[in-house]
Design a protein around this ligand. Structure first.
Ligand code: ADP
Ligand code: MG
Length: 252
């Protein structure tokens, strides 16, 4: 069973075709890096996986459960609301902008969704949240408000917050792009730790060194398509497509 099976995903915004038939399957414990120029549809693809955007065509299964199927004639059928929500909850997402609640402390940020969305008991989830904060190196920031944190610390809280929902899959959309260069390392370290624990992950990133070292598979997207996919060695060492080569020459 695949953790994610996305087939022939099409997405249009008005007249603009942003995803032109993207297919991707992800197995348990895999770390997928998606790279590609700005505007190529990377964020839109991630957002389609967890229904932050709806798709126009194609199908998505998460751990064997159907989120959306293609019913032909350019139409799709989504699972019923409760089921769809339950499926998407298995994916945690971390965004470029951290989106922490400014009026809640670090700990309260982490326990908010488990309590309000999942109905967890406060005392149970607090222990787990403290453990997660330890894991991202922020145990001592438990009672601090986000405005007192650096960007790297905020992003690590965002990671802990996503993990508190006990996801089976983590989606990262350029998690270090809003950070000063000296702060990216600490966030990448937390992500690397997750990968070592065999979390299934899709990471949209401009951090080529991270993609090369941590990903099992690298996907190069351009203009709404997957141009090339392969092992980090293949993509970075001997890309077969001219578009991949020219992108890598620009960024590496
Ligand atoms: P990437 O993450 O690779 O930079 P995006 O998925 O953010 O690319 O965007 C792909 C294209 O879709 C861009 O041209 C962008 O302007 C457009 N787009 C993204 N979201 C929307 C939206 N909600 N409405 C209209 N156009 C959008
Ligand atoms: Mg993006």
């Amino acid at each position: 069973m695949n953790m994610i099976k996305a087939v022939n995903i099409h997405k249009q915004f008005n007249q603009l075709e942003v995803l032109k038939g993207i297919s991707l399957t992800v197995d348990k414990g895999e770390v997928i890096a998606i790279i590609g120029p700005s505007g190529s549809g990377k964020s839109t693809f991630l957002r389609c996986l967890n229904r932050l955007e709806t798709i126009d065509q194609g199908s998505i299964e998460i751990e064997g459960d159907v989120l959306v199927t293609d019913s032909g004639q350019g139409k799709v059928n989504y699972a019923a609301e409760a089921e769809a929500r339950q499926i998407c909850r298995r994916m945690g997402m971390v965004f470029q902008q951290f989106n922490l609640f400014p009026h809640l402390t670090v700990l309260e940020n982490v326990i908010e969704a488990p309590i309000t969305v999942k109905g967890c008991k406060r005392e149970d989830i607090v222990l787990q949240a403290e453990e997660l904060l330890r894991k991202v190196g922020l145990a001592e920031k438990r009672d601090v408000y986000p405005s007192r944190l650096s960007g790297g610390q905020k992003q690590r809280v965002a990671i802990a917050r996503a993990l508190a929902m006990n996801p089976d899959i983590m989606l990262f959309d350029e998690p270090t792009s809003a950070l000063d260069p000296e702060l990216t390392g600490e966030v990448l370290k937390s992500m690397r730790k997750l990968a070592e624990e065999h979390m299934t992950m899709i990471v949209v990133t401009h951090e080529m060194a991270f993609a090369r070292e941590v990903a099992n598979r690298v996907i190069f997207m351009d203009n709404g398509e997957i141009v090339e996919a392969g092992s980090p060695d293949a993509i970075f060492g001997s890309p077969s497509q001219a578009r991949t080569r020219s992108f890598l020459q620009r960024v590496v």
